[in-house]
Design a protein around this ligand. Structure first.
Ligand code: SF4
Length: 384
């Protein structure tokens, strides 16, 4: 099996052989729900951090008993999997107030836990401020302190400075390797499709960090001589929230494009900004997670996102932008509107897609994307 097949097989599954092997040797696995939950703290506490996902979802029927039909389909699919017991191999889950839909999963999981009395026994709500400021950083540092205390009390462990430092270094290494892979998409020969990038990040967030580093080293080597784009492919920037369906990105790319840059949870947001290694550890982690490339939950940070957007359009030679939002996602609804005016200002064509996760409608997406790409291709000579 080549490295990309191995990554795809991990990305398509809820559980995987690396986690199974680690659990056989007594390792515990801690689920988390959002890019604002610091993996370093979970790792320093002895857990393998595992990002919850909706892959292998069988629908939302069971999840819908707990959620409204007006909640986004990502949380409904994820929770449906929780109800079916797909995440019972986890020892706990850390939730985050990324948005009200995902935050609600915490309350529902407690109800589920009381009803079923099986599955993850440790459920913690990490609260993060919605603004970036010194007082917000202080507040987030306190919240991380509460998370540490809560893990220590529940599992009878101590999270030492030494283990925090070790975890910070390991996760910085992982981030730096992934950043190197993503940076290779700047050149005319793009070694990775957008679909492959999403699969890569999904896989990296579901295996022990040493395995993630080894996968990245192999990917980096394979990328030196690899070209995933075809002649004439448009170069795309894609922005969105909980977009984890690589096949959906593949469908878009199959219409004549390649994703070279993004602002996605399972993309650029995973690599942005290392944790400072020579600061006090918990404040350093708080700083990194609160100030890395943000998603629209950070209400006073659009200027930074807009600057990163403009840099990506320039540095990755982007021809067109797609914002891809799930229905009922207000955060990305507002952001898509703001990005549209930024793209117009930069003279870069933009298309907004709205859909349900695993909701079908491929034909409609294909038609809209084809029409958009034709328009962009017609504009290209004028731009040159
Ligand atoms: S897609 Fe939007 S609504 Fe759904 S969990 Fe993510 S941020 Fe929240």
């Amino acid at each position: 099996m080549n490295i990309f097949d191995e990554i795809e097989s991990i990305a398509r599954s809820t559980d995987n052989p690396h986690l199974e092997e680690a659990r056989k040797h007594g390792r515990k696995v801690m689920g988390y729900l959002c890019s604002y939950v610091p993996e370093e703290i979970l790792h320093a506490a002895g857990f393998i951090p595992y990002r919850l996902r909706a892959v292998e979802s069988q629908g939302t029927d069971k999840g819908d008993r707990y959620f409204s039909a007006l909640n986004c389909s990502f949380v409904r699919h994820c929770f449906d999997k929780a109800v079916r017991g797909d995440f019972d191999f986890l020892d706990g889950v850390i939730f985050f107030n990324g948005c009200d839909h995902s935050r609600r999963m915490y309350d529902n999981w407690w109800d589920l836990h009381r009803e079923r009395k099986t599955g993850p026994g440790f459920l913690h709500m990490l609260v993060g401020p919605h603004k970036i400021s010194q007082s917000a950083l202080n507040r987030f540092t306190e919240e991380l302190g509460k998370l540490i205390a809560s893990l220590e009390n529940f599992f009878g462990i101590t999270i030492s400075d030494k283990s925090l430092h070790n975890s910070i270094c390991l996760y910085n290494e992982k981030r730096s390797l992934l950043a190197q892979v993503f940076a290779m998409r700047k050149g005319p020969q793009t070694p990775l499709t957008g679909a492959e990038s999403i699969r890569l990040v999904l896989a990296l967030n579901a295996v022990p960090v040493d395995k993630a580093i080894s996968l990245l080293e192999q990917v980096l080597e394979a990328c030196q001589t690899r070209a995933a784009n075809k002649p004439g492919d448009l170069r795309l920037f894609i922005a969105g929230g909980c977009l984890e369906e690589a096949d959906h990105l593949q469908l878009i790319e199959d219409q004549g494009a390649i994703v070279v840059a993004d602002n996605l949870c399972l993309g650029a947001r995973s690599v942005h900004t290392p944790v400072e290694e020579d600061m006090e550890f918990v404040p350093a982690i708080a700083r990194r997670y609160l100030t890395h490339l943000s998603c629209p939950r950070m209400v006073n940070d659009f200027e930074t996102r807009s600057r990163c957007f403009e840099e990506a359009i320039r540095d990755f030679s982007v021809d067109a932008v797609i914002t891809d939002k799930l229905m009922f996602c207000d955060l990305w609804g507002g952001e898509a509107f703001l990005l549209k005016s930024e793209a117009n200002r930069l003279g870069t064509p933009i298309l907004t897609l709205e859909r349900e996760m695993h909701g079908g409608g491929d034909g409609q997406v294909q038609t809209r994307v084809q029409a958009f790409f034709e328009k962009v291709a017609n504009l290209k000579p004028e731009k040159a």
